[in-house]
Design a protein around this ligand. Structure first.
Ligand SMILES: [Zn+2]
Length: 458
């Protein structure tokens, strides 16, 4: 943390109107069925893409997936021709901070229902089905909004998932930004009581921090994070930790940590061995912060998706900040990145489960909501994963990590959340940015209306 609307494919319905049988022959659901044909389909399960695919959407779900010409659709289904396109499952961001950023400012003053919704519209615009806020939420409002979106009452918003309030030592959270959101953990009893407060909130994951920030602050002790882990596990909650140090990571693995919210800054053989002993422990990427200092070609000139969603003054500020990077900071940045790549390569080769988190929306205010998901998948390819592996990580794996097995795949029974692309991301991962259309819960996101909306956010 350091650092709109529904459009039915009307023309498709019109084109098949003559095929619609009489009402007497039509089962009740068939008028809501749509057959998408001809796309290259990447289902999210890691198998080879289905060329010339067909998949059927009924209501909010996929009901059948196969090949064009082989898949039978109910009489009266609408047909959409996606020849020449590539379809991927909508992406999942497993680590973010939602509701704080608003144009040039970032902080709790922006943390309103309206601003969280603005962020969730941005995620939807970028083809992200769900994003998990990691320990920066507070009050009752976020839980109510989460439930409203999950109930499908705001169909053009991506799902807002939350870890509730984080659990942190007092010096961890910036007083001007997210401190008020965290439970301050100073005693074992207090740690357990804070976890207990989170139990009724219907969470999958809670968040804590174990990092002395280069020796500048007092980090959480093993006794305190041990109490958090024990109390969480007794209550069927998993714990995500911000801990980037190698020795902290080892101690946390031994203590039974579930999720590393960031890539660990260094990886050695002992750490790999500990991951093998704890096969259910996963790592989220969050490579964007370290990489942006040394690599942000999408900012000069700004990518069209950036100019469509971010106001000019905010783009200018980030350009200015990056331009001020000193040669020494660049060298440090390259060294840190090279270390991350070596570590990621080791973990990936060892079969450690890697999910995708952006850590977007945090305190610097420079991580553009939704866009950073697309830079993050590029970062993972730069860190040695194949595009095919990265797409699985950013879809099915991240959905599973968040306990959302209904998301992250184009498969029968899953929520119909998918992105239609103009080019194949297996050829070049930056093709995830070539977005033609986005569907969430079986409805096309009105990206044109969202673009207009984003222009008016000040
Ligand atoms: Zn974070």
């Amino acid at each position: 943390m350091y650092q709109r609307r529904l459009v039915v494919v009307a023309c498709a319905f019109a084109a098949v109107a003559s095929l619609v049988p009489s009402a007497a022959q039509t089962p009740p659901t068939s008028s809501r069925a749509t057959l998408f044909e001809g796309a290259r389909l990447i289902t999210g399960d890691g198998s080879a893409p289905i060329e010339n695919s067909a998949f059927l959407m009924e209501g909010t779900r996929f009901s059948r997936v196969g090949r064009k010409g082989e898949l039978q659709a109910p009489a009266g289904s609408a047909r959409v021709d996606l020849t020449g396109k590539t379809v991927i499952p909508a992406l999942i961001d497993a680590h973010s901070h939602i509701g704080y950023m608003r144009n040039l400012s970032s902080g709790p003053q922006n943390y309103t229902r309206e601003n969280i919704l603005d962020h969730m519209y941005r995620f939807a615009y970028f083809g992200v089905a769900a994003s998990q806020a990691m320990g920066s939420d507070f009050g009752e409002m976020p839980f109510a909004l989460r439930d409203e979106i999950l109930a499908g009452k705001i169909p053009d918003a991506a799902r807002f998932l939350t870890a509730g309030r984080g659990l942190a030592p007092i010096e961890e959270i910036s007083p001007t930004n997210m401190r008020h959101a965290a439970y301050v953990v100073t005693t074992v009893e207090g740690a357990r009581a804070s976890v207990q407060e989170l139990v009724p909130r219907k969470l999958q994951i809670i968040k804590t921090w174990v990092d002395d920030r280069g020796g500048t602050i007092k980090k959480l002790t093993p006794e305190l994070y041990g109490a958090i882990l024990d109390e969480a596990h007794k209550n069927r909650l998993r714990v995500a930790v911000h801990a980037t140090g190698l020795e902290d990571a080892k101690a946390l693995l031994r203590a039974g940590i579930d999720v590393f919210a960031h890539m660990i800054s260094d990886v050695d053989d002992e750490l790999v061995a500990l991951f093998k002993q704890h096969p259910n422990t996963v790592v989220l990427s969050a490579l964007g912060g370290p990489r942006r200092t040394i690599y942000a070609p999408w900012l000069n000139p700004p990518h069209p998706l950036v100019t469509e969603t971010v106001l000019p003054e905010q783009i200018k500020r980030l350009q200015g900040r990056l331009a001020e990077t000193t040669p020494e900071a660049l060298v440090r940045g390259r060294d840190a990145w090279d270390r991350l790549v070596r570590g990621m390569t080791k973990l990936n080769a060892a079969g450690v489960t890697i999910g995708v988190g952006t850590d977007g929306g945090g305190q610097t205010g420079d991580q553009f909501v939704g866009w950073t998901m697309h830079t993050e998948v590029e970062n993972l390819v730069a860190a040695g994963m194949t595009p095919a592996q990265v797409i699985v990580a950013a879809t099915r794996t991240s959905a599973q990590i968040l306990g959302r097995d209904d998301l992250g795949m184009v498969a029968a029974g899953k929520s119909a959340d998918f992105v239609v692309l103009d080019a194949n991301p297996l050829d070049d991962i930056t093709n995830t940015r070539r977005i033609d259309r986005v569907f969430l819960r079986g409805k096309q996101v009105d990206r044109a209306a969202l673009r207009e909306r984003f222009k008016n956010i000040k």
